[in-house]
Design a protein around this ligand. Structure first.
Ligand code: C2E
Ligand code: MG
Ligand code: MG
Ligand code: MG
Length: 285
Protein backbone atom coordinates (compact mmCIF):
# COMPACT_ATOMS: atom_id res chain seq x y z
CA UNK A 1 0.00 0.00 0.00
CA UNK A 2 2.88 2.35 0.82
CA UNK A 3 4.53 1.65 -2.51
CA UNK A 4 1.25 2.25 -4.33
CA UNK A 5 0.89 5.57 -2.53
CA UNK A 6 4.50 6.44 -3.39
CA UNK A 7 4.03 5.58 -7.05
CA UNK A 8 0.83 7.56 -7.37
CA UNK A 9 2.54 10.50 -5.69
CA UNK A 10 5.43 10.19 -8.16
CA UNK A 11 3.10 10.07 -11.13
CA UNK A 12 1.14 13.13 -10.01
CA UNK A 13 4.44 14.92 -9.41
CA UNK A 14 5.59 14.22 -12.95
CA UNK A 15 2.49 15.81 -14.41
CA UNK A 16 2.81 18.97 -12.31
CA UNK A 17 2.96 22.02 -14.52
CA UNK A 18 5.64 24.65 -13.79
CA UNK A 19 2.91 27.10 -12.78
CA UNK A 20 1.52 24.61 -10.29
CA UNK A 21 4.97 24.02 -8.84
CA UNK A 22 5.47 27.74 -8.35
CA UNK A 23 2.01 27.97 -6.76
CA UNK A 24 2.87 25.20 -4.35
CA UNK A 25 6.26 26.64 -3.40
CA UNK A 26 4.78 30.12 -2.95
CA UNK A 27 1.90 28.86 -0.83
CA UNK A 28 4.28 26.91 1.40
CA UNK A 29 6.36 30.05 1.82
CA UNK A 30 3.35 32.17 2.83
CA UNK A 31 2.34 29.65 5.48
CA UNK A 32 5.87 28.95 6.75
CA UNK A 33 6.72 32.65 7.11
CA UNK A 34 3.24 33.53 8.39
CA UNK A 35 3.11 36.05 5.57
CA UNK A 36 -0.69 36.07 5.40
CA UNK A 37 -1.17 39.78 5.97
CA UNK A 38 1.20 40.69 3.16
CA UNK A 39 -0.18 38.41 0.47
CA UNK A 40 -3.73 37.43 1.43
CA UNK A 41 -6.75 39.66 1.58
CA UNK A 42 -10.32 38.82 2.43
CA UNK A 43 -12.88 40.32 0.05
CA UNK A 44 -16.55 40.72 0.92
CA UNK A 45 -19.48 40.28 -1.43
CA UNK A 46 -22.68 41.96 -0.24
CA UNK A 47 -25.75 39.78 0.32
CA UNK A 48 -28.94 41.77 -0.10
CA UNK A 49 -32.40 41.24 1.36
CA UNK A 50 -34.66 41.13 -1.68
CA UNK A 51 -37.74 42.68 0.00
CA UNK A 52 -36.06 45.63 1.72
CA UNK A 53 -33.15 46.05 -0.67
CA UNK A 54 -30.79 46.30 2.32
CA UNK A 55 -27.39 44.69 2.70
CA UNK A 56 -27.88 42.18 5.50
CA UNK A 57 -24.76 40.05 5.13
CA UNK A 58 -21.52 39.51 3.26
CA UNK A 59 -19.71 36.43 2.04
CA UNK A 60 -15.98 36.44 2.74
CA UNK A 61 -13.92 35.33 -0.27
CA UNK A 62 -10.17 34.94 -0.10
CA UNK A 63 -7.81 36.64 -2.57
CA UNK A 64 -4.09 35.93 -2.90
CA UNK A 65 -1.82 38.61 -4.31
CA UNK A 66 1.38 36.68 -4.89
CA UNK A 67 4.63 38.54 -5.64
CA UNK A 68 5.58 35.80 -8.11
CA UNK A 69 2.22 35.12 -9.73
CA UNK A 70 0.07 38.22 -9.32
CA UNK A 71 -3.57 37.76 -8.37
CA UNK A 72 -4.43 34.11 -7.80
CA UNK A 73 -8.10 33.17 -7.41
CA UNK A 74 -9.38 30.59 -4.92
CA UNK A 75 -10.48 28.19 -7.67
CA UNK A 76 -6.74 27.85 -8.40
CA UNK A 77 -5.18 27.78 -4.96
CA UNK A 78 -7.86 26.20 -2.74
CA UNK A 79 -7.60 22.75 -4.40
CA UNK A 80 -3.81 22.96 -4.09
CA UNK A 81 -4.05 24.08 -0.46
CA UNK A 82 -6.36 21.13 0.18
CA UNK A 83 -4.10 18.54 -1.40
CA UNK A 84 -1.09 19.80 0.59
CA UNK A 85 -2.89 20.29 3.91
CA UNK A 86 -1.98 24.00 3.84
CA UNK A 87 -5.70 24.76 3.78
CA UNK A 88 -5.87 24.35 7.56
CA UNK A 89 -3.66 27.35 8.47
CA UNK A 90 -5.20 29.28 5.55
CA UNK A 91 -8.82 28.69 6.63
CA UNK A 92 -7.90 29.50 10.25
CA UNK A 93 -6.34 32.76 9.21
CA UNK A 94 -9.51 33.66 7.26
CA UNK A 95 -11.75 32.71 10.18
CA UNK A 96 -9.77 34.77 12.65
CA UNK A 97 -9.58 37.71 10.28
CA UNK A 98 -13.32 37.62 9.57
CA UNK A 99 -14.24 37.42 13.28
CA UNK A 100 -12.15 40.53 13.89
CA UNK A 101 -13.80 42.29 10.95
CA UNK A 102 -17.34 41.45 12.08
CA UNK A 103 -16.59 42.87 15.52
CA UNK A 104 -15.14 46.06 14.08
CA UNK A 105 -18.13 46.56 11.74
CA UNK A 106 -20.53 45.99 14.63
CA UNK A 107 -18.63 48.51 16.75
CA UNK A 108 -18.71 50.96 13.84
CA UNK A 109 -22.52 50.95 13.85
CA UNK A 110 -23.51 48.08 11.59
CA UNK A 111 -24.78 45.81 14.37
CA UNK A 112 -27.00 43.60 12.19
CA UNK A 113 -24.40 42.49 9.66
CA UNK A 114 -23.73 38.74 9.28
CA UNK A 115 -20.57 37.48 7.59
CA UNK A 116 -20.20 34.01 6.08
CA UNK A 117 -16.99 31.98 5.86
CA UNK A 118 -16.27 29.18 3.40
CA UNK A 119 -14.43 26.27 4.95
CA UNK A 120 -12.70 23.28 3.53
CA UNK A 121 -13.81 19.84 4.70
CA UNK A 122 -10.32 19.30 6.14
CA UNK A 123 -10.66 22.23 8.50
CA UNK A 124 -14.27 21.31 9.35
CA UNK A 125 -13.07 17.82 10.36
CA UNK A 126 -10.11 18.95 12.50
CA UNK A 127 -10.48 17.70 16.08
CA UNK A 128 -9.83 21.22 17.43
CA UNK A 129 -12.06 23.03 14.92
CA UNK A 130 -14.77 23.87 17.48
CA UNK A 131 -12.12 24.98 20.02
CA UNK A 132 -10.71 27.40 17.44
CA UNK A 133 -14.15 28.84 16.69
CA UNK A 134 -14.77 29.33 20.42
CA UNK A 135 -11.37 30.99 20.76
CA UNK A 136 -11.97 33.43 17.87
CA UNK A 137 -15.45 34.30 19.16
CA UNK A 138 -14.16 34.92 22.67
CA UNK A 139 -11.09 36.93 21.70
CA UNK A 140 -13.29 39.25 19.64
CA UNK A 141 -16.28 39.36 22.03
CA UNK A 142 -18.42 38.40 19.08
CA UNK A 143 -22.14 37.72 19.07
CA UNK A 144 -21.90 34.28 17.47
CA UNK A 145 -25.10 34.41 15.41
CA UNK A 146 -23.42 36.93 13.09
CA UNK A 147 -20.84 34.37 12.05
CA UNK A 148 -22.19 31.93 9.46
CA UNK A 149 -20.22 28.89 8.29
CA UNK A 150 -20.78 27.78 4.68
CA UNK A 151 -20.61 24.03 4.10
CA UNK A 152 -21.22 22.15 0.88
CA UNK A 153 -23.37 19.07 0.49
CA UNK A 154 -20.38 16.90 -0.37
CA UNK A 155 -18.58 17.99 2.83
CA UNK A 156 -21.58 16.88 4.85
CA UNK A 157 -22.19 13.67 2.92
CA UNK A 158 -18.62 12.37 3.44
CA UNK A 159 -19.61 11.38 6.94
CA UNK A 160 -23.15 12.51 7.69
CA UNK A 161 -23.26 11.59 11.36
CA UNK A 162 -20.02 13.25 12.28
CA UNK A 163 -20.93 16.33 10.21
CA UNK A 164 -24.29 16.61 11.98
CA UNK A 165 -22.53 16.35 15.34
CA UNK A 166 -20.16 19.22 14.45
CA UNK A 167 -23.03 21.28 13.01
CA UNK A 168 -25.00 20.79 16.22
CA UNK A 169 -22.01 21.97 18.23
CA UNK A 170 -21.74 25.08 16.06
CA UNK A 171 -25.43 25.84 16.46
CA UNK A 172 -25.32 25.30 20.20
CA UNK A 173 -22.58 27.94 20.32
CA UNK A 174 -24.97 30.21 18.43
CA UNK A 175 -23.06 30.12 15.13
CA UNK A 176 -25.23 29.95 11.97
CA UNK A 177 -24.84 27.40 9.19
CA UNK A 178 -25.44 27.71 5.45
CA UNK A 179 -25.37 25.03 2.78
CA UNK A 180 -23.41 26.44 -0.16
CA UNK A 181 -23.82 25.62 -3.87
CA UNK A 182 -27.03 23.75 -3.13
CA UNK A 183 -28.31 21.54 -5.93
CA UNK A 184 -24.96 20.68 -7.50
CA UNK A 185 -23.77 18.21 -4.91
CA UNK A 186 -25.43 15.01 -4.37
CA UNK A 187 -27.22 14.92 -1.14
CA UNK A 188 -30.33 13.10 -0.25
CA UNK A 189 -33.35 15.21 0.60
CA UNK A 190 -33.97 12.72 3.41
CA UNK A 191 -30.87 14.06 5.14
CA UNK A 192 -31.68 17.68 4.48
CA UNK A 193 -34.64 17.60 6.82
CA UNK A 194 -32.39 16.37 9.64
CA UNK A 195 -29.63 18.89 9.11
CA UNK A 196 -29.29 21.84 11.48
CA UNK A 197 -29.12 24.52 8.80
CA UNK A 198 -30.17 28.18 8.85
CA UNK A 199 -29.61 29.11 5.22
CA UNK A 200 -29.75 27.37 1.87
CA UNK A 201 -27.68 28.96 -0.90
CA UNK A 202 -28.92 28.01 -4.36
CA UNK A 203 -26.01 27.45 -6.72
CA UNK A 204 -25.53 29.96 -9.48
CA UNK A 205 -25.97 27.23 -12.10
CA UNK A 206 -29.74 27.31 -11.41
CA UNK A 207 -29.91 31.09 -11.21
CA UNK A 208 -28.19 31.73 -14.54
CA UNK A 209 -31.02 32.44 -16.99
CA UNK A 210 -33.60 31.14 -14.49
CA UNK A 211 -36.43 33.30 -15.83
CA UNK A 212 -36.11 31.93 -19.37
CA UNK A 213 -35.27 28.33 -18.60
CA UNK A 214 -38.38 26.36 -17.75
CA UNK A 215 -36.52 23.54 -15.99
CA UNK A 216 -34.33 25.83 -13.91
CA UNK A 217 -37.31 27.92 -12.87
CA UNK A 218 -39.26 24.81 -11.83
CA UNK A 219 -36.34 23.54 -9.75
CA UNK A 220 -35.58 26.92 -8.20
CA UNK A 221 -39.21 27.47 -7.17
CA UNK A 222 -39.30 24.00 -5.61
CA UNK A 223 -36.03 24.59 -3.74
CA UNK A 224 -37.26 27.89 -2.31
CA UNK A 225 -40.53 26.37 -1.15
CA UNK A 226 -38.83 23.32 0.32
CA UNK A 227 -36.27 25.43 2.21
CA UNK A 228 -39.02 27.64 3.63
CA UNK A 229 -40.97 24.59 4.77
CA UNK A 230 -37.82 23.44 6.58
CA UNK A 231 -37.50 26.90 8.21
CA UNK A 232 -34.43 27.88 6.24
CA UNK A 233 -33.67 31.23 4.64
CA UNK A 234 -32.85 31.12 0.94
CA UNK A 235 -30.01 33.02 -0.74
CA UNK A 236 -29.58 32.99 -4.53
CA UNK A 237 -25.96 33.03 -5.73
CA UNK A 238 -24.61 34.55 -8.92
CA UNK A 239 -27.47 36.92 -9.77
CA UNK A 240 -26.37 38.82 -12.86
CA UNK A 241 -29.51 40.18 -14.51
CA UNK A 242 -32.65 42.10 -13.63
CA UNK A 243 -34.73 39.26 -15.06
CA UNK A 244 -33.16 36.83 -12.62
CA UNK A 245 -33.78 39.21 -9.72
CA UNK A 246 -37.43 39.73 -10.72
CA UNK A 247 -37.93 35.99 -10.85
CA UNK A 248 -36.44 35.57 -7.38
CA UNK A 249 -38.53 38.41 -5.98
CA UNK A 250 -41.73 36.94 -7.41
CA UNK A 251 -40.89 33.57 -5.95
CA UNK A 252 -40.12 34.75 -2.40
CA UNK A 253 -36.40 34.12 -2.36
CA UNK A 254 -35.10 35.92 0.75
CA UNK A 255 -31.75 37.28 -0.35
CA UNK A 256 -29.33 37.43 -3.25
CA UNK A 257 -25.72 38.07 -4.13
CA UNK A 258 -24.14 38.53 -7.53
CA UNK A 259 -22.46 40.83 -9.99
CA UNK A 260 -25.79 42.61 -10.67
CA UNK A 261 -25.46 44.19 -7.24
CA UNK A 262 -21.73 44.02 -6.52
CA UNK A 263 -18.51 42.15 -7.08
CA UNK A 264 -16.64 40.90 -4.00
CA UNK A 265 -14.87 44.00 -2.56
CA UNK A 266 -11.93 44.73 -0.25
CA UNK A 267 -13.15 45.51 3.29
CA UNK A 268 -12.74 49.29 2.98
CA UNK A 269 -14.70 49.42 -0.30
CA UNK A 270 -17.39 47.20 1.17
CA UNK A 271 -17.73 49.70 4.02
CA UNK A 272 -18.08 52.62 1.60
CA UNK A 273 -20.78 50.66 -0.13
CA UNK A 274 -22.63 50.29 3.17
CA UNK A 275 -22.27 53.94 4.15
CA UNK A 276 -23.48 55.06 0.73
CA UNK A 277 -26.53 53.03 1.56
CA UNK A 278 -26.59 51.29 -1.75
CA UNK A 279 -29.81 49.39 -2.23
CA UNK A 280 -31.36 47.14 -4.78
CA UNK A 281 -33.05 49.08 -7.55
CA UNK A 282 -36.81 49.15 -7.24
CA UNK A 283 -38.10 46.98 -9.98
CA UNK A 284 -41.60 46.97 -11.37
CA UNK A 285 -43.14 43.75 -10.03
P1 C2E B 1 -18.44 29.97 -3.45
O1 C2E B 1 -18.40 29.89 -1.98
O2 C2E B 1 -19.59 29.34 -4.13
O3 C2E B 1 -18.35 31.53 -3.78
C1 C2E B 1 -19.05 32.17 -4.80
C2 C2E B 1 -18.16 32.41 -6.01
O4 C2E B 1 -18.94 33.00 -7.05
C3 C2E B 1 -17.05 33.42 -5.74
O5 C2E B 1 -15.91 33.03 -6.53
C4 C2E B 1 -17.63 34.73 -6.27
O6 C2E B 1 -16.65 35.69 -6.64
C5 C2E B 1 -18.39 34.23 -7.47
N1 C2E B 1 -19.50 35.09 -7.86
C6 C2E B 1 -20.21 35.94 -7.09
N2 C2E B 1 -21.19 36.55 -7.80
C7 C2E B 1 -21.10 36.07 -9.06
C8 C2E B 1 -21.85 36.32 -10.28
O7 C2E B 1 -22.81 37.10 -10.34
N3 C2E B 1 -21.45 35.63 -11.39
C9 C2E B 1 -20.39 34.77 -11.38
N4 C2E B 1 -20.08 34.14 -12.51
N5 C2E B 1 -19.68 34.50 -10.24
C10 C2E B 1 -20.03 35.14 -9.10
P2 C2E B 1 -14.43 33.04 -5.93
O8 C2E B 1 -14.26 34.22 -5.02
O9 C2E B 1 -13.49 32.86 -7.06
O10 C2E B 1 -14.39 31.75 -5.00
C11 C2E B 1 -14.53 30.47 -5.54
C12 C2E B 1 -14.71 29.42 -4.49
O11 C2E B 1 -13.52 29.30 -3.68
C13 C2E B 1 -15.83 29.73 -3.50
O12 C2E B 1 -17.07 29.36 -4.08
C14 C2E B 1 -15.45 28.87 -2.33
O13 C2E B 1 -15.89 27.55 -2.52
C15 C2E B 1 -13.91 28.90 -2.39
N6 C2E B 1 -13.38 29.86 -1.39
C16 C2E B 1 -13.31 31.21 -1.43
N7 C2E B 1 -12.73 31.72 -0.31
C17 C2E B 1 -12.44 30.65 0.47
C18 C2E B 1 -11.82 30.49 1.79
O14 C2E B 1 -11.47 31.46 2.49
N8 C2E B 1 -11.66 29.21 2.25
C19 C2E B 1 -12.08 28.12 1.53
N9 C2E B 1 -11.86 26.89 2.05
N10 C2E B 1 -12.67 28.22 0.32
C20 C2E B 1 -12.85 29.47 -0.21
MG1 MG C 1 -19.63 30.21 -0.55
MG1 MG D 1 -21.42 29.07 -3.58
MG1 MG E 1 -18.31 26.79 -4.31
Amino acid sequence: ATLKKYLSHQSTNKTLSPKRQILEISLHRVVRNQNFLEEFEVYYQPIVDIKSGQIIAAESLLRWQSPELGLVLPTEFIPLAESTGLIIPVDRWVLQNVCKQIKSWHDAGIPYLTVTVNLSVMEFNQPDFIDKIVEFININHLEPQYLEIELTESMIMQDVNSAIATMNELQSLGVSIAIDDFGTGYSSLIYLKNLPVNTLKIDRYFIHNVAQDYQKSAITKALIEMAHNLNMQVVAEGVETEAELSFLRENNCNAMQGFLFSLPLPAAEFENFLWNNKRLPRLPV
